[in-house]
Design a binder for this molecule. Sequence first.
Ligand code: NDP
Length: 264
Amino acid sequence: MKLFAIFGNPVEHSRSPLMHNYLFNTLDIKACYTKVHLKDGSKLRDTFLKLRLSGANITIPFKEDAYKACDEIRGFANEIGVVNTIINENNRLIGYNTDADGFIQAIQEFKNIQNILIIGAGGTAKALTKRLLQNALHVSILNRSANRLDYFKKLTTNCYDWNNFICSKYDLVINTTSAGLTDNNLPAPQPIIENIMINTRYICDVVYGKKTPFLKLAKIYKLPYKDGSDMLLYQGVLANHLFCDKQISIETTAQIMKRSFELF
Ligand code: NDP
């Protein structure tokens, strides 16, 4: 029996166990996926090894700790220093990032996207910014704390905190902060967010499973919007493809995992 887990704080809200366990059950794979509420990111590696995990996902706020915890990093995670998936290869921890590709898959329904504003500057924002820039899109960043913008300033000139934000015209605005996850906060002060709402065509939140204050406002402004459910699905599909050693096709994994959403 292989054991997998998601590490996070908070982690109670995570739907990853349901998605992965549904797939394991459906295909009769001898594996189980659980949640680990971690308080200290520096304990991630020890906890992973003590639990004898075969693999893990990492969520807020430990994706950068996860990068440091690994023995080897493969693929896109190397470019951003952020890991959301770990595979155990003979007690060597191999780190990957599936968030960015999961997100790109999730926004296929939004058409003619050129100019994007990302709110937040954490691990998810790093992954999305780098991938969207690689896809030749124009990206601006808005974050609560100025000190977290240094990474982004090397990638794009349009980096703002709440005090110096200059709003422009956007096709898509993405909330990558955890505001609204366990509280009722907007990801920036209301006047800033309302100004953004009248200057964008689409709204997206990476938080899933609840309508955040950000999405509620998008509805009031009659903007097309979506939450993070599809991103969750596709990053999970890509992670499971690695967990199962690429034995199950991405298409089959997606079809089965999508059905688990009907149980939510
Ligand atoms: P990090 O801890 O790396 O970053 C958190 C970011 O949120 C920081 O920019 C922080 O700003 C900002 N923030 C936190 N609270 C507030 C607030 N009250 N107001 C404004 N800004 C705030 O987190 P991650 O990037 O790992 O995750 C962010 C969110 O994305 C989580 O809610 C997570 O669940 C979700 N997520 C969803 C996925 C999906 O599949 N749908 C996949 C990955 C993540 P500051 O720098 O000022 O502290």
